[in-house]
Ligand binder design. Structure first.
Ligand SMILES: O=C(CO)[C@H](O)[C@H](O)COP(=O)(O)O
Length: 261
């Protein structure tokens, strides 16, 4: 089965596998959304089933909640957990300051709430997610359906006022209909190419009436674990200022790929 994994899938897996080493008995763990986070959930499920790991998971989307239950993780709400020891999630981009763009999978709102309600946030990502400056990936923002076209126009005006010119804002679609988030909202994708001041943009965006949250995660991520297709994995801790590198053997983790859907 390992042979069927693409290099990018292997990279995602090794990052996820390394991240679960941070999870200890009794932890309340925020469970991210996306394909990389799905590997992490699978790895945690194996630890629950085979090693008797006792954790409670707070998912960041309905699809992560379904996968967590499927692999045997006890799922609780954020209100039940109140606060989390650790959140592990993916990202669409991360820069040298470990600031992120998230929301490619449409779950940015719950992801940002859960990550912020955690003692530590670990991002797991293949090396292709690393950027010099954020913005090549379209920045998702979550907006309420009421008057979304007016909200879109206000966001476009705000971008012009910030001299972010010549960029487009598009409504994310799901086939022929607008994408709808778990909260029943829509996603606008801001095609900015490059974001000069992410911190300022994040603050200004959330001032626009109708905008619920944006996909810029500023000063939230503590550690990024970067996976490579050859099995290498690099752990960068922004608080400790450390970088650790090791390599993971795919063969010994063969069984994890058997349930690859
Ligand atoms: O922010 C997210 C979902 O809203 C995901 O974590 C992000 O899109 C990365 O996903 P993947 O691991 O599939 O590349």
């Amino acid at each position: 089965m390992t042979g069927e994994l693409s290099p990018i899938d292997k990279a995602k897996f090794v990052a996820a596998k390394r991240a679960v080493d941070y999870v200890e008995d009794g932890m309340r763990v925020g469970l991210g959304t996306g394909s990389t986070a799905a590997w992490m959930v699978r790895c945690l499920g194996e630890m629950v089933r085979d090693d008797g790991l006792k954790i409670r998971g707070v998912p960041t989307s309905t699809r992560t909640a379904a996968l967590a239950r499927e692999v045997g993780i006890e799922v609780i709400s954020l209100d039940e957990a109140r606060w989390l020891d650790l959140t592990i999630d993916g990202a669409d981009e991360f820069d040298g300051d470990l600031n992120l763009i998230k929301g490619g999978g449409g779950a940015l709102l719950q992801e940002k709430i859960v990550a912020t309600a955690s003692d530590q946030m670990i991002v797991i990502a293949d090396v292709g997610k690393e950027v010099e400056s954020l913005g090549a990936f379209p920045l998702p923002i979550e907006v309420i359906p009421f008057g979304w076209q007016t909200t879109k126009a206000l966001v476009e005006e705000m971008l012009i006022s910030m001299d972010v010119l010549g960029r487009s804002v598009t409504l994310r679609m799901n086939g022929d209909t607008p994408f709808v988030t778990d909260e029943g909202n829509h996603i606008l994708d801001l095609h900015l190419n490059r974001i000069g001041n992410a911190r300022q943009l994040s603050m200004v965006l959330n001032q626009v009436p109708g905008v619920v949250e944006n996909g810029l995660f500023i000063d939230i991520c503590d550690v990024v674990i970067v996976g490579y297709g050859d099995g290498r994995v690099e752990t960068r801790d922004i608080n400790e200022g450390t970088v650790e590198t090791d390599r993971l053997d795919f063969v010994e983790n063969e069984n994890l790929f058997t349930d690859l859907d």
